[in-house]
Design a protein around this ligand. Structure first.
Ligand code: ARG
Length: 288
């Protein structure tokens, strides 16, 4: 009996030591194969904005328990494994990502990031790993309002884009006369389009396609030209070794066909039960 109590006490002590730790901390630091300098030794701290299927979002199981999913998240795990680091993902609104990289708070940003030259002061960019393009979208009931990009540029038109994104710049460039709203989450843009508050929005093409799986009334009007095509990983500014090995891992992942597999899985999961946005403090999907 005494032994059992001692064992239980011990287990309790160990459990309390880990209380408040993230899953990554519980796992402990990695062996750091290339002796890289990271924000937290032995860990790869990755920031993301999980409102962006198929890039990053939460897949829900039968009990609605969320797990981070999407090809950016699979790639983050692949890179962490390649580098021998323990992956720690920090979710936040996209709007915070560039600043967080500039403040040196994270090693990598994997967030469907476009290689916008304006961001290069705050981070370095990896090689391009995904050929994304930009879209202007609406809902089927409003599709007749738009014929081409020029038709979005009217005072009567209400459009939106996600705060801090290149889509916001595209909205200002191609629809300067329209009423432009910034919304912190891609999810809010879709919700406001569906509810009829908005007429249209600028968003990444493949994200529009993924949302369309759950909201068939979404309609892609046209492609929007943007000079910095594709997606890259944001890498801590000036960490040349990290950049080198991240590119090495990335190119291996793409060349061997693993990344294509990640995209396939992400698209399948995006078609299933999922949640796009930030979780509540209890780690659960917020209910409103
Ligand atoms: N590609 C765009 C940009 O870099 C939008 C990215 C938004 N990403 C997200 N996870 N919500 O500005």
């Amino acid at each position: 009996m005494k032994k059992v109590i001692a064992f239980l006490l011990c287990a309790l002590m160990i459990a309390s030591m880990f209380a408040g730790c993230t899953a990554a901390e519980k796992k402990g630091p990695g062996k750091n194969t290339y002796n890289l300098k990271t924000v937290k030794e032995g860990y790869l701290t990755v920031i993301t904005s999980p409102d962006y299927a198929p890039y990053e979002f939460y897949a829900l199981d039968a009990n609605k328990n969320p797990t981070l999913a999407g090809f950016d998240m699979a790639l983050a795990q692949y890179i962490a494994d390649y580098l021998g680091l323990t992956l720690e993902v920090v979710p936040m609104d996209f709007n915070g990502i560039v600043g967080e990289m500039g403040a040196g708070k994270a090693d990598l940003a994997l967030a469907g990031l476009s290689p916008d030259p304006d961001r290069m002061e705050k981070m370095d960019f990896s090689d391009c790993y995904y050929e994304g393009k930009q879209a202007f979208i609406t809902v089927s009931s409003k599709a007749s309002m738009f014929t081409d990009l020029a038709s979005t540029n009217k005072e009567s038109v209400k459009i939106a884009a996600q705060t801090g994104t290149i889509q916001m710049e595209l909205a200002e460039e191609f629809s300067p006369n329209a009423q432009i709203t910034q919304l912190t989450k891609a999810t809010d843009i879709i919700a406001e389009l569906i509810s009829g508050k908005l007429d249209g929005a600028y968003i990444e093409w493949d994200v529009a396609v993924a949302y369309k799986q759950n909201y068939p009334e979404l309609t892609i009007v046209c492609e929007v030209p943007y000079e910095a095509e594709g997606n890259v990983i944001g890498v801590a500014k000036g960490n040349a070794d990290l950049l080198k090995y991240v590119n090495e891992a990335l190119n291996k992942c793409v060349d061997e066909g693993t990344f294509a597999q990640f995209v396939k899985t992400a698209l399948e999961q995006a078609a299933g039960d999922n949640y796009q946005g930030l979780l509540g403090e209890d780690g659960k999907v917020p209910t409103e």
